[in-house]
Structures are given as C-alpha cells and as structure tokens.
Design a protein around this ligand. Structure first.
Ligand code: ACO
Length: 428
C-alpha cells in the first residue's frame, strides 16, 4: 500500500504522495504542493529537501554508510582502481575486463590538450590559485570542442565529450602545478595508466629505473576513489542545476569546480593543513584551539570536522586515517602535524560540544597530510579533490539529462519592501 502524508493549511487538508527509495528512505513528494495549496516549502541550505531521485550514490549519515552504485566504499577503496570506479559511477555497473580495457584506451586517446590552451597558462599570474585556473581551463575546453554545445547530442557524441574531459583533466591539473613552479610541462604518455600518467606529468619522467613507489600509486587511487562521488552535495547540486539549463558538460563541471573551492566544501583540505600548521607554530596546544572552535564569538571552526549529512563517523575519514598512517610509514615520513591532528581528534571526540552536535572528522581531516607526504603543495589539494570528484560530477550531470529533469529554479519567500513609488533623484 502506498503511503500518503497529509498537510493542513488554512484549514484545508491535502494528501501528498510518499516516495520510498531502494534503501527505504522516505520523502514527501511536494512537486504539486503549490498547485494544490498555493504554498511553497522553505528550507534554506536544502537541509531537508531531496532535489532528485538518483541511482548513483547511497549514504546513510546516521550509520556512516557510503555505497557507489550499491558497492561499499571500503571494498572499492581497497580493491578497485580509479578508472574502474569512474566507469561504475558514470555507466552504472562494474566494467567487464574488455570493457575496462576499451574505456582506458579511449581515454588515453584524448589526453593531449590543444596547444593554444597553453596561452591561458602563460596568462595566469604564477601564484594564482590552482582552483581558479582549473575552473577557467575546464570551461575553456568548450571553446575548443564546440560540438559539446549541442544540448541534445547523440549517445556517441555525449560519450566522446565525457572521454575528452576525463582524459584532459589530469593533463590540465599537472600543468597548473608545473606552471606554479615555472617548470616546462610534461606531455602525457599514453602507454601509462591514468594515475601513473598523472604522476609522471606532475613529478617527472617515469622510466624503467625510476618507477613510482607502489605505495604512492595505491594511495593516489584510494584518495581519488574516496572523493569520486558523494550524492547531492554543494558541487554536485551545482553541476546538476547548471546542466539543467542545457549548459554543456564543460560549463557545468567548471561551475562544480567553483562550488568545490570554498573552505566549507572541498577547500577544507587546504584549510585543514593551514589550521594544523598554525596550531603547530602556536605551540601545539590543542585544548586552546578546541576552546576557540566552541566559542561562538570566535569565527574559528575546527576545519575537517562536521558534515551536513554524517552524524556519525564519515566512513571515508576512517579509511583515510589508516591510509595516512600507512603512507607516512612506508615513505618514512614523520610529519608533526599528524600528531596534532590525532590529538585534536581525540580531544574533540571526548568534548561535550562536539558530542552533542555529532561532529566527527570528515574526509578532509587527514587527506591533506597524505597529499603533502606525496609531495603536493597545499594549494593543489582542492584541485586533487576535483580530479577525484570528476566522474561523480559527470555521472550526476548524465543522470540529470537522462531523467529529463526540469530546469532548477527554487522559489523564495519575499521579505523586502512592498510596492512603493519611485522618488526622483532631486527629491530624495
Ligand atoms: N567546528 C566547530 N563547530 C562546528 C563545526 C566545526 N567544524 N561544524 C559545525 N559546528 C557547529 C555549528 O557552529 C553549529 O553549532 P550550533 O548548533 O551551536 O549553532 C552546529 O555545529 C551545526 O553546524 P552547522 O554549520 O549548522 O552544520 P551544517 O550542516 O550547515 O555545516 C559543515 C556542515 C559546513 C561541513 C560544517 O560542519 C563546517 O563548517 N565544518 C568545517 C568545514 C569542513 O570541514 N568542511 C568540509 C566538509 S566535507 C566536504 O564538503 C568535502
């Protein structure tokens, strides 16, 4: 029997359908609410609003569960590779071996970026933030591939745009890094796999003699997989809403990159390391910084802590904390900020303020310490998050189009002045 919800407004009662998802999540379908009652709902920050029905990622914030297309994140992080997860997210199922080989081969055909794009790199000041450059460069891809502007492409054309974006993103990210150093860029090598190719373009030529440490490669796969999707977060919602106007994939992803940049979202990984460094320079007194985070008059927040949907451990944070210990041990690195992070976590988890508000470490509390151990500078961290999140954004954009979702256009409750007459300048 299908459930109904009833709402009573201005003395009249109305019944609304209730939708149940495959994991038994329930939602009141208010899509006809305004037609039947004249009222809209108000939910700043969409804390209680489902914007879509999606089959990509499931998460249960109370239990700390995260699945991509039904597969637990713990299994994917441990056993899978980033491209396999990208395929899973975008096309819905794990690829058969031949399909994965074909997917890899198609992507490796498009790793070069147009030589004219190098002029953009020349134009950016050398210290400009990598995220500003990335959103600009990804948006600019649309200028080089005008066929992507077609809002109703064939399946083949849409797939080609997806492959191009997946292929060019590592090249763009590593070239941003090279530019920041003033180094010549390294061109993609298509015989290398996705992660090796990226590491080669970023850190230097891989030869038979100079292979990358397998621990580093595995850590990179793990980080990219853990960031690959997270259902309707700020940047994914941005990608969907921009795409809902029929904007092309490059423009939609460029908007998602901008949404990710903020320190309350993907920018948190950079903010965490900066915070830990400040605490270290200040003498490493974690109690003082916990007190600051609790003080409502102080704007300081414990970065990398808290999450809109996780009211229990973020399962990604658990995996990353373990990976952080493993990578630092394998690489023989002793990073003092890791001890500070662990001290802060321990103190916060025992503190009533954090307990009451169910604030736990999120995905970004430990990720920056690994990125740093792998040799990335702090301002590259959020760009690495974007590289990992790309398949998730693509999957969200593709699903939004396949569902033929209407243009995203929220309502508002107007609180400004009521009608008044214009007063000419000389009479004010
Ligand atoms: N430090 C101190 N207090 C916090 C923190 C924090 N990191 N996070 C939340 N709180 C407090 C808030 O002050 C609020 O307290 P109150 O009820 O007394 O007013 C309460 O906890 C609820 O917080 P909200 O800001 O209302 O929760 P919301 O869901 O809107 O925000 C967010 C979630 C933005 C992630 C928040 O926890 C935060 O700012 N964390 C730090 C930034 C961060 O790590 N962001 C990355 C998130 S993961 C990602 O996007 C990849």
């Amino acid at each position: 029997m299908s459930e109904k919800a009833s709402i009573s407004i201005n003395g009249k009662s109305h019944e609304l359908p209730v939708i149940t998802g495959t994991e038994n999540e329930q939602a009141i379908d208010i899509s006809k609410l305004r037609d039947v009652t004249g009222a809209v709902t108000l939910d700043p920050g969409f804390k209680n609003t489902g914007a879509t029905q999606s089959a990509i990622t499931f998460l249960d914030g109370e239990k700390g569960v995260l699945h991509y297309r039904g597969y637990p994140i713990e299994q994917l992080a441990e056993q899978s590779t980033f491209l396999e997860v990208a395929y899973l997210l975008i096309y819905g199922d794990l690829p058969a071996p031949d399909t994965l080989t074909d997917f890899r081969a198609k992507i490796s055909r498009h790793t070069l970026i147009h030589e004219d794009m190098k002029k953009f790199f020349d134009g950016f000041p050398s210290k400009s933030h990598p995220m500003g450059q990335l959103s600009c460069l990804v948006g600019a891809l649309s200028a080089f591939y005008p066929e992507s502007l077609d809002p109703n492409p064939s399946e083949e054309e849409e797939n080609l745009t997806i492959m191009k974006l997946l292929a060019k993103m590592p090249t763009i990210v590593s070239w941003i890094y090279k530019k920041s150093l003033g180094h010549p860029v390294i061109y993609p090598r298509n015989e290398l796999n996705y992660v090796h190719n990226f590491m080669n373009m970023t850190f230097g030529q891989i030869t038979e003699d100079t292979k990358i440490d397998p621990a580093v490669v595995r850590a990179m796969h793990k980080l990219l997989i853990l960031h690959a999707d997270h259902e309707q977060n700020c940047s994914a919602s941005t990608v969907r809403i921009v795409g809902s106007s029929n904007a092309n994939l490059y423009a939609s992803i460029s908007a998602g990159i901008s949404a990710l940049w903020g320190p309350l979202h993907g920018g948190a990984n950079q903010a965490v390391i900066e915070m830990l460094e400040n605490i270290r320079k200040d003498g490493g007194n974690s109690a003082k910084w916990i007190a600051k985070a609790k003080d409502k008059k102080d704007p300081f927040r414990l970065m990398g802590f808290g999450h809109r949907v996780y009211k229990n451990f973020d399962p990604r944070a658990k995996i990353i904390k373990q990976a952080c210990d493993d990578v630092l041990e394998k690489l023989g690195i002793d990073d003092p900020v890791l001890d500070i992070a662990k001290e802060l976590e321990e103190a916060a988890l025992k503190d009533q303020y954090f307990v009451d508000r169910k604030l736990y470490p999120n995905v970004d509390f430990y990720s920056g310490i690994i990125y740093r151990a792998l040799g990335f500078p702090t301002d590259m961290f959020t760009v690495l998050f974007a590289l990992g999140r790309l398949p998730g954004w693509i999957a969200q954009w593709k699903e939004m189009k396949a569902n033929k979702e209407p243009i995203g256009r929220p309502r508002q409750i107007y609180t400004g002045s009521t009608r008044r007459d214009y007063i000419p300048l000389d009479k004010r």
